[in-house]
Design a protein around this ligand. Structure first.
Ligand code: NAI
Length: 346
């Protein structure tokens, strides 16, 4: 069976990290039928649309997308392709696992934390206006529907993946109505999952607690703004944004992407590190039910990270993007050879 996936390589380093990731995915033997499209400026020059309708139609039919970073022009042009895709396909859950890789310098080894961010509302509603000159009002939207939906997503994930604890992150001491509603919804959902410990922490305290001791948390669920900030803070536990995958999940579609940008300063030079997109692709493989292939790549990636010379320059190695991909593919092949050579147990 072949998985149909909409592939958006993006621009800048996007095509390089996407090519490396696709090669590694295909080396597992899993079959993909890629539907590849440009978005952003490149698409606009060809079709007059930043997100051509073929891309929308493709995601509607494949229901799975793998996306590289796209440059957002400054001072004009389009706003964010990511925000537009999240809204279009109601990708309401942003899911970011935070886990260390060997050899990446960090203050905290063995972090295993999951951040679930509501992706569609809060202060990112985009509803802003000038009340009178010099006074801007920006609306924070919190709904019972979206808050319950994101809490349920987090608790369902916890139940299916044997996670033990969920904290809802809020500022309901000040925003009593909006964050109060978010908390009420989280509490109501928590009652249906008695095996999972439920806690609530105020967002500013959470930042301090995380930096003091990230191990006290297991899963965090929060609104869009807090999620945006805290997920970047947590990326620092594992070496920065270059190592963190993300999935944008809805009830009908899912788009997997790295959280870093298009890195125009190193684009086209075979310098980019494809790890974040590759780890996002691992989330995609699990979403597609290809758990064996996901584990195979994860193990190979961790093996490559044990050899500094095989790493890309951003983390002190010497390899280019394509050599890094070669090393992961070789590590997978070696693991398969060892498996085949190991005496089978009767
Ligand atoms: P950036 O993440 O592209 O780059 C920041 C720094 O990190 C640069 O020095 C870059 O060389 C380095 N870097 C980033 N990814 C790397 C990788 N995989 N390997 C090695 N080094 C890497 O952030 P910046 O410069 O703020 O944004 C550039 C463009 O990307 C902007 O137009 C921005 O709007 C867009 N962007 C797109 C995103 C997306 O499509 N998901 C997310 C974030 C930014």
């Amino acid at each position: 069976m072949s998985h149909k996936v909409t592939l958006i390589p993006g621009d800048g380093i996007g095509p390089e990290v996407t090519k490396a990731t696709v090669r590694i995915l295909e080396a597992t033997g899993v079959k993909f039928d890629w539907e590849t499209f440009a978005v952003g400026t490149e698409a606009y020059e060809k079709s007059g649309e930043y997100i051509p309708k073929e891309v929308i139609e493709s995601i509607e039919s494949t229901r799975v997308g793998l996306k590289g970073p796209v440059t957002t022009p400054i001072g004009g042009g389009f706003s964010s392709i990511n925000v537009a895709l999240r809204q279009k396909f109601e990708l309401y859950a942003n899911f970011r696992p935070i886990r260390n890789l060997p050899h990446i310098p960090t203050r905290f080894p063995d972090v295993d934390l999951i951040i679930v961010r509501e992706n569609t509302e809060s202060l990112y509603s985009g509803l802003e206006h000038e009340v009178v000159p010099g006074v801007i009002e920006s609306l924070k939207i919190i709904t019972e529907k979206a808050s319950t939906r994101i809490a349920r997503f987090a608790f369902e994930y916890a139940r299916k993946n044997q996670r033990k604890k969920i904290h809802a992150i809020h500022k309901a001491n000040i925003m009593k109505l909006s964050d109060g509603l978010f908390l009420r919804c989280s509490r109501n959902v928590a009652k249906e999952y008695p095996e999972i410990t439920y806690g609530e922490h105020i967002v500013d305290n959470t930042c301090m607690q995380l930096v003091m001791n990230p191990y006290q948390y297991d899963m965090l669920v929060m609104d869009n703004l807090y999620g945006d900030i805290i997920s970047d803070l947590c990326a620092a536990f594992v070496g920065g944004l270059g190592f963190v995958p993300s999935a944008n999940l809805g009830d009908h579609c899912a788009i997997f992407e790295a959280v870093h940008g298009s890195a125009p300063d190193i684009a086209g030079k075979n310098l980019a590190n494809p790890t974040a997109l590759l780890r996002s692709a691992l989330l995609m493989l699990r979403h597609l039910g290809e758990h064996e292939a996901a584990t195979q790549i994860r193990n190979a990636l961790e093996n490559v990270y044990r050899h500094k010379d095989k790493l890309t320059r951003d983390i002190g190695g010497k390899a280019g993007t394509s050599q890094f991909a070669d090393a992961v593919i070789e590590a997978m092949a070696e693991a398969e050879t060892h498996k085949a050579a190991a005496p089978s147990r009767a």
